[in-house]
Design a protein around this ligand. Structure first.
Ligand code: COA
Length: 154
């Protein structure tokens, strides 16, 4: 497997993959689109994640660059709840030409292993109802319905 933790030198390549993810989501639903100029901030956002002890970022190394990335963050629960923390996988994308080769699964498994190492009892992911590929992917990894986020466009 060619999954490894991301390094600062990967920030630009990861930001490009992140742009791909956002573009694909914006095509599914304009709500996911970025404001003008925001894509330029993505490399710095990647660096902030790399500096965050409560975040993990992994890439799939494939010459000449990286063919996918995954990011996860620890979320602390309110003090009164029985659950003290959970991990949220916040981003996962594989470059379109490298899909259906197991790269997404390998990246998600790296995040799941990281969550288990931290003693998290549960991992969450938010998937658009308009993203059948993402839905099929996460369900194939054993993720199931938890909370339906409903919205109403005004
Ligand atoms: C979702 C995504 C990360 C999957 O990456 P991938 O490397 O192609 O996935 P894998 O090859 O590891 O697939 C593992 C399994 O997931 C399921 N799966 C993957 N893509 C699927 C799709 N488009 N439709 C239905 N099931 C899918 C299959 O069961 C697959 O196993 P199989 O190929 O043996 O049938 C990739 O399609 C992607 O980057 N999509 C755009 C971004 C996105 O939607 N990210 C998720 C946001 S929540």
């Amino acid at each position: 497997l060619s999954v490894r933790p991301a390094r600062r030198a990967d920030a630009r390549a990861v930001a490009e993959l992140w742009s791909t993810l956002v573009r694909e989501h914006a095509a599914l639903d304009p709500v996911f689109g970025l404001r003008a100029g925001a894509a330029d901030d993505l490399p710095a956002a990647v660096t902030r994640l790399l500096d965050d002890p409560d975040a993990g970022v992994w890439v799939w190394d494939e010459a000449p660059g990286v063919a996918g990335f995954c990011a996860a963050q620890r979320r602390r629960a309110p003090a009164a709840t029985r659950e003290s923390q959970r991990i949220e996988i916040t981003e996962l994308v594989v470059c379109p030409s490298a899909r259906r080769r197991g790269i997404g699964r390998a990246l998600a498994e790296a995040a799941l292993a990281w969550a288990a190492e931290r003693g998290a009892p549960r991992v969450e992911v938010r998937v658009s109802a308009r993203n059948p590929g993402g839905q099929g992917f996460w369900r194939s990894l054993g993720f199931g319905d938890f909370v339906d986020v409903l919205d109403r466009r005004l």
